[in-house]
Design a protein around this ligand. Structure first.
Ligand SMILES: Cc1ncc(COP(=O)(O)OP(=O)(O)O)c(N)n1
Ligand SMILES: Cc1ncsc1CCOP(=O)(O)O
Ligand SMILES: [Mg+2]
Length: 204
């Protein structure tokens, strides 16, 4: 499996309706704290938009709803993974990406036979408080060595200007939230990400 080199993460269908039509091919819906009915509605609407745009949707955290709604890819952190029924996720034919922040987490993730592992935060992030210091680029190289050809996602503080560094250190895909959603012109920044990753993009 290949991941698109540009992995957008947003917290609403509204963002997806706004940015995916610009040419985004890999997007994560990462919603926190929403009642289940509304969440289900967001996932359903997002799924329709992504299907129409040929964009791979990855649902963060809510693997049960993702199965119910016929989604085909989920992302889980380590705590999510501990509570999840990976066999049920696989039985539903879904792909699975897993977060890692240290070697022990990487071993746990690999034992679940994921479709990708994410390493973060590569750089400082303002999105959420994290107990891990920024990992740095050399840590990406170490993850690449350890995981062989398994897709590797870099996340945390990424910007257009930092992309070449993460790809040169072994990342297959670069995940981003604030460089786009807190940019004064999110559409222009999205286009800049698409352009900066273009030569690494392969048709789905
Ligand atoms: C691609 C990607 N990598 C890491 C995360 C973080 O997942 P998690 O550790 O479960 O934290 P939350 O995002 O759920 O707050 C991610 N979502 N996506
Ligand atoms: C959810 C998450 N996990 C590791 S870093 C991170 C936040 C990424 O957001 P940003 O691109 O804004 O730093
Ligand atoms: Mg999570």
């Amino acid at each position: 499996m290949r991941l698109d080199p540009f992995y957008l993460i947003v917290d609403s269908t509204a963002w997806i309706e706004r940015l995916v039509p610009l040419g985004v091919k890999l997007v994560q819906l990462r919603i926190k704290d929403m009642p289940e009915a509304a969440l289900r509605d967001e996932i359903r609407r997002t799924r329709t938009v992504c299907a129409g745009a040929g964009c791979q949707l990855i649902v963060n955290d809510y693997w049960r709803i993702a199965i119910d709604e016929g989604c085909d890819f989920v992302h889980l952190g380590q705590e999510d993974l501990a509570d999840a029924d990976v066999a049920a996720i696989r039985a539903a034919g879904m792909k699975l990406g897993i977060s890692t922040h240290d070697e022990a987490e990487l071993e746990t993730a690999l034992a679940a036979q994921p479709d990708y592992v994410a390493l973060g935060p590569v750089y400082p992030t303002v999105l959420k408080q994290m107990k891990w210091a920024p990992q740095g680029l050399d840590r990406l190289s170490a993850w690449r060595k350890r995981i062989g050809t398994l897709p590797l996602v870099a996340i945390g503080g990424l910007t257009v200007e930092r992309l070449e560094g993460v790809f040169a250190h072994g990342a297959d895909s670069a995940a981003v939230v604030t460089d786009i959603t807190r940019n004064p012109d999110p559409e222009a920044r999205t286009r800049a990400w698409i352009a900066a990753t273009e030569r690494r993009r392969q048709p789905l």
